[in-house]
Design a protein around this ligand. Structure first.
Ligand SMILES: [Zn+2]
Length: 245
């Protein structure tokens, strides 16, 4: 098992970098919220990150999902097995998580669209990490408007494009924005780092994703936590400008 890197980027906000995808743990008192959960093969890494922030699975209050791709929800079915923990995301993304529909490119489709050696090693990782499963999270439900009454009190910002119900989470007090795959700072299939959007093949609607980023520009804060790549420090307006360049 690879040990994930856990960094406390703000008080109670722990950014976890797994082998190919990130997730975030928000602690408040004894309880915590998990935002995204890696590939099926990341289950041990998710458990180890929970231990690293001094919590146990019994203290998990809620799971938030940026979007229902396998690299972000893969560990959840086994992680939550037998536990009464809510899994929340936008109404549309909850339907995606329940697999009423599936908006995810397969490694073959990605390779067909842009063949590079890095795509091969990424594809092998997807397969090894259990990424070929189409399994969803049947218990996923949509949240209402405004801040969520869960540890960290994130404000959801629905940013359709990467998937139809993709959602970012803003932690106004901590000055942190969790961007999922709407805006990333790197990916296993590309060498470039820094704020960027994923290649078109990864998005359900790449143009809609670019339009959605406008919502992030004026948010308060200076830490950006992407679904792929390193944490980024700076204004969100700069991050969006770089990503759209
Ligand atoms: Zn992803």
């Amino acid at each position: 098992m690879s040990t994930p890197t856990v960094t406390e980027v703000a008080d109670g906000v722990h950014f976890v970098q797994g082998k190919a995808v990130n997730w975030t743990i928000l602690t408040e008192g004894d309880a915590f919220t998990l935002v995204d959960g890696g590939y099926p093969g990341d289950l041990d890494a998710v458990l180890s990150s929970i231990e690293r922030v001094g919590r146990t699975l019994d203290q998990l209050a809620a799971v938030l999902v940026t979007h229902a791709h396998v690299d972000h929800i893969g560990s959840l079915p086994r992680l939550l097995d037998g536990r009464d923990v809510p899994v929340l995301t936008s109404e549309t993304e909850a339907r995606h998580a329940r697999r009423d529909f599936l908006e995810q490119a397969t490694p073959l489709q990605v390779a067909a669209a842009s063949w590079r050696p890095r795509v091969l090693s990424w594809s092998l990782h997807v397969v090894a990490a259990g990424g070929m499963t189409k399994a969803g999270v049947p218990r996923a439900t949509g949240f209402g408007a405004g801040p969520l009454d869960v540890p960290g009190h994130p404000v959801p910002i629905v940013t359709p494009g990467h998937t139809s119900g993709h959602t970012c989470y803003h932690l106004a007090q901590a000055g942190v924005l969790i961007t999922g795959d709407a805006l990333v700072t790197g990916h296993a299939t590309v060498a470039r780092t820094g704020p960027q959007v994923l290649a078109g093949i990864f998005h359900h609607d790449a143009a809609a994703n670019r339009r959605s980023l406008a919502q992030l520009r004026s948010l308060d804060g200076d830490v950006l936590l992407p679904g792929h790549g390193a944490a980024w420090h700076g204004s969100y307006a700069d991050a969006v400008e770089q990503a759209l360049a």
